[in-house]
Write a protein that binds this ligand. Sequence first.
Ligand code: PEP
Ligand code: MG
Length: 325
Amino acid sequence: YRALITRESHLPSVTLDGHAMKLMANIELVEEVVSVRDNVAHGVGLFRTEFIYIDQKRFPTEDELFDRYKEAVELITPQPVTIRTLDINGDKVLPYFKNIGEENPALGLRAVRFSLQRPEIFLTQIRAILRAAAFGNIRLLIPMITCVEEIIEVKELLNRAIMDLTREEMVFNKDIPLGIMIEVPSAAIMADELAKYVDFFSIGTNDLIQYSLAIDRNNRQVAHLYRPLNPAVLRLIKMVVDAAHRQNIIVTICGEMAGDPLNVPVLMGLGFTELSMNPGSIPVIKQVIRKLNYQDVCKTAKKVLGMDNTEEIYQFVHSTYTETL
Ligand code: PEP
Ligand code: MG
């Protein structure tokens, strides 16, 4: 079965009625770019850059980061690589930077909050990204944005990096799309406003579920409550997709839920045309898409959005797609 899927991997991810989907990969290591090519993805939708930092004994230098990003980009160009800036202090910590005494690290100095508090570390990373962008197609993605002020601050630092690199006569490319993760409820609520500052949204459902349902994504005691097709989660996602469409920016999804066949009809029906997932899930999801009908998944999404309980949604999606999935 696996072999068959792999043989069919080169087939397009298009529904029976001709609706095309872009499938992209979530990666954590440069080496995984090869599996993105093997699985015939449309590029890297999420490059989690934490691991380059975790593997070191100190914060990596600009040149060290540049070398890794350049390598990744060159391996997959002309397809895009979406490089997400450092997202630490939530579930991932750096051995050389112990964040002392946070009772709730997921609600603490995490991701872009850390980057804005330590601009020298952030500037080092964005300079490396801008330089690597001279060698291929890069999108820049900022994690855990909660408000407009943060994206304004990010853009100020980005401009500073561009000015410095220009003055230093470095080779770089400043024309890269800037996007934000929508993974905190406040960002979903403010999506219309945030969209005015950026080129794309990437919805991080792993955290959006955690923060909207108040369920620690790593706590096994409450894992049974962690359900992507929860109606509140679906309504939040729908708000973000609609806001992005109104403001004419791209919206993608990169949480784990995009790699589960059961969720795909619903997500497609909500209006996504790009999904990013573990490279290993791509062949299976591609096969699912090829069996679906776009008109039909739109009806499914509409129906599901009218439901008020999680169990009912799961039963409905299960029974509608048992034949297909
Ligand atoms: C997410 O939150 O959905 C996401 C993709 O990012 P991470 O899992 O790295 O927090
Ligand atoms: Mg996240």
